[in-house]
Design a protein around this ligand. Structure first.
Ligand SMILES: [Mg+2]
Length: 432
């Protein structure tokens, strides 16, 4: 097995706004308005929606072949069950919980339904992940003749009535503030932060709760005596620039209420979908590594299904304790099916895993991304693939429109929502 590095794969910089703008002192509360809508415990809520008999009980949703927890209800969370936790650890903590296998097609359908509701409120919706969206709210108050709080409450009620799941909504002047706000009153809460309340709001936000401040940055902030988001915005920008560079400067502006990250409404199709992370510890335990790989695979397939995409190239890599990476990849027939991709991932992992070797990180990358069931695929492929592709299309139509809806198949499978796709994971991978 040749040494292999993800460092060679380049990822383009996400588009960003102007740099080093002067700190804006808001003359009005709503010089800019962005909402962040985030479903509460999304996969678990989807399961509870169709299994009302489980309401009020702890539910964990499991990844492929039930290797690890990919979502859980708040009761399960309260007992220390974490996303990504191997199922055997979760069952030790909470044997009485209900453990259900994930059903990504179902979650994808509910997610589409939720986003279609959000588009009624504003034409500018950025789908950020399977259960989160940003909405441009400028001008929306006068259109709906409601305050932002009323609109936020209305969104929550409508999603609950029509989809059967709860969401939390945050509205403020920048993306980062809206995202932090939506976390504040979870589950099923609205949090509105107008311009003049930003500074007060930030005093109660621990620096570790700010998106983009992970564990290592948090430690650095601690050394700089920055404990809250308020401390961060109160530090001289040059000091933040020295410590964190451009990311920090952008964050400083966004937290101060100056929008830097525009909504990404027209993002091109991704070239790769990658999920990688540290194992949390250096380990030789194959079961732990398999659980992590299984979790990454689950997340990749969630994105493929949600965005109506397929992959025809799968890569799996492991990073040794010595930071050296080893990987393997293979071509497959374009698919987003769990069983196929999971089987390939397992085979690739078996090719690169060496018993007794200590590993610190791992990842899965899906590349050669294409729209799901393209017309070209039907004509170019052999008859088995043709049939399979046709069945997929029919399945999709039947799921959405009922059995009589064959005619709009072509239009349906070609129609794709515009989604954000910027996982800077390939860069992320090289940090370990
Ligand atoms: Mg969520």
């Amino acid at each position: 097995m040749a040494k292999w590095s993800v460092c060679s794969v380049k990822q383009s910089e996400p588009e960003r706004g102007p740099q080093h703008q002067p700190k804006m002192s808001p003359t009005s509360n709503w010089y800019n308005a962005i909402a962040h809508v985030d479903a509460d415990c999304f996969f678990a809520s989807c399961e509870l929606m169709r299994r009302p008999d489980l309401k009020g009980q702890a539910v964990c949703v499991l990844s492929s072949q039930d290797a690890c927890v990919v979502a859980k209800t708040y009761d399960a969370k309260a007992l220390g069950i974490k996303t990504g936790m191997p199922v055997w650890d979760a069952k030790k903590l909470m044997p009485q919980a209900h453990y259900l296998s994930a059903d990504f097609r179902f979650y994808g359908q509910l997610s589409e339904k939720m986003f279609s509701i959000l588009r009624r409120y504003s034409p500018d919706v950025e789908v950020y992940s399977i259960d989160e969206a940003f909405i441009d709210m400028n001008g929306i108050r006068s259109m709906w003749k409601m305050s932002y709080r009323q609109i936020a409450d209305h969104i929550r009620q409508t999603v609950y009535q029509e989809v059967g799941i709860t969401v939390s909504v945050g509205i403020s002047t920048t993306r980062i503030l809206a995202k932090i706000a939506s976390e504040m009153n979870k589950p099923n809460g609205s949090t509105i932060i107008p311009g003049r309340r930003i500074s007060r709001f930030l005093r109660d936000v621990p620096i570790g709760d700010v998106p983009g401040i992970g564990r290592s940055r948090q430690q650095l902030m601690k050394k700089m005596q920055i404990h809250t988001a308020y401390d961060f915005t109160n530090s001289p920008i040059a000091r933040i620039d020295d410590a964190l560079g451009k990311v920090g400067v952008d964050l400083w502006h966004e937290l101060s209420g100056v929008p830097v990250y525009p909504l990404q409404l027209h993002t091109p199709m991704p070239k790769n979908i990658a999920r990688t992370a540290s194992l949390g510890t250096v380990t030789t335990n194959r079961k732990i590594i398999e659980a992590h790989i299984s979790y990454h695979t689950t997340r990749i397939i969630t994105e493929l299904v949600r965005q109506h995409l397929t992959t025809s190239m799968i890569t799996v890599f492991l990073r040794h304790k010595s930071f050296e990476a080893v990987g393997d990849k293979t071509r497959i027939t374009a698919t987003n099916e769990f069983s196929t991709i999971n089987h390939v991932v397992k085979t690739l992992l078996a090719n690169i895993f060496t018993q007794g070797n200590p590993y610190r990180a791992c990842g899965v990358i899906a590349s050669n991304i294409q729209p799901y069931a393209q017309q070209g695929e039907l004509f170019a492929a052999d008859s088995t693939s043709k049939q399979l592709a046709l069945m997929r299309i029919m399945d999709e139509i039947n799921n959405r429109y009922g059995l009589q809806s064959l005619k709009p198949a072509h239009a349906l499978v070609k129609a794709k929502s515009q989604v954000r796709f910027q996982y800077p994971v390939l860069n992320y991978a090289i940090k370990y």
